[in-house]
Design a protein around this ligand. Structure first.
Ligand code: GUN
Length: 285
């Protein structure tokens, strides 16, 4: 059996085209959605992600404003910048690209973003709302995961979903979204003993560990939907996910490629979170 490919790049293009229309409608009311991006230091991968986010914003008509801080910036420097952005009426969304240099407290920095502008969905307010299945801003990569499943018309209610990875950026919020959608959810990590015994139970397998080649063919139930969140740079310079794509596509029912799967859709979700944040402001005026 050969899996159906879930084309995240194509779906992201469609999403951005839809958002462009919403942005035009907001502009007609005098508001251009604005996203502020903050990069501390010069991590090359982070710079690529920031560039992709700025490009997607431009395509949708969202104004993106980038702020670079030196790797040696103090925590107060970062907090001062975020306070300025929190108070800037032209800014509807703020992201601080992670990881931060080690001398900075990432939790303290992330929690200083006003929750109304927290388009990463990392604030305790928004994460708490997700826990309650209440309205709030949902983290982008888990939203992308759900959007890809929905696009492929994969039913979630009553299915067994296994999430490999327990980060606040992906694993934990993805598990909550799947729980809220009615799945039975098992959360594992790369060190779970006999990981394959767990992943083989998955109708829906979401992998977000940052370990290339972790999931092999024998670890996947035939016909399962496999969402590969990993983006790993191999020694040869190529990108690979956490799933051995060429093997797993022979047993899975659906699979996302890397690159071209979750990544572009995550960026589209960030743009959507920003447009939603701007639209909320307009509705309150
Ligand atoms: N680093 C890796 N993924 C993310 C993300 O979704 N948001 C931010 N801010 N940093 C990241």
């Amino acid at each position: 059996m050969t899996a159906q490919l879930i084309d995240g790049a194509a779906l992201a293009r469609q999403k951005i085209a839809d958002l462009k229309q919403r942005v035009a409608a907001l502009q007609a009311k005098g508001v251009t959605p604005g996203l502020a991006t903050v990069l501390v230091g010069d991590d090359p991968a982070s710079r690529v992600y920031i560039r992709n986010k700025a490009r997607a914003c431009a395509e949708a008509g969202v104004n993106s404003i980038h702020h670079d801080l030196l790797a040696t910036a103090s925590e107060q420097d970062v907090l001062d910048l975020i306070e300025r952005l929190d108070n800037d009426p032209k800014v509807h969304g703020i992201i601080v690209q992670l990881p931060l240099p080690r001398h900075l407290d990432a939790q303290c920095v992330s929690q200083s973003v006003a929750y109304e502008k927290d388009v990463d969905g990392f604030s305790w307010h928004n994460l708490g709302a997700l826990m309650e299945n209440a309205p709030g801003i949902v983290p982008c990569t888990p939203r992308a995961t759900m959007a890809l499943l929905e696009h492929a018309k994969i039913s979630i209610e009553g299915r067994h979903a296994v999430v490999v990875g327990r980060s606040v950026i992906v694993g934990k919020p993805a598990a909550l979204l799947l729980i809220n959608a009615g799945a039975t959810v098992t959360v594992c990590n790369s060190r779970t003993p006999d990981l394959g015994a767990m992943t083989r139970q998955a109708d829906i397998l979401v992998v977000a560990t940052g370990r290339a080649n972790l999931i092999t063919r024998d670890m996947v139930k035939p016909g399962a939907a496999v969402i590969d969140v990993g983006i790993n740079r191999l020694h040869n310079g190529k990108l690979a996910g956490d799933v051995v794509f060429d093997e797993v596509k022979e047993v899975a029912g659906w699979i996302t490629p890397v690159p071209g799967g979750v990544g572009p859709m995550t960026v589209a979700m960030l743009v959507e979170n920003t447009v939603n944040a701007a639209a909320r402001l307009v509705s309150q005026q």
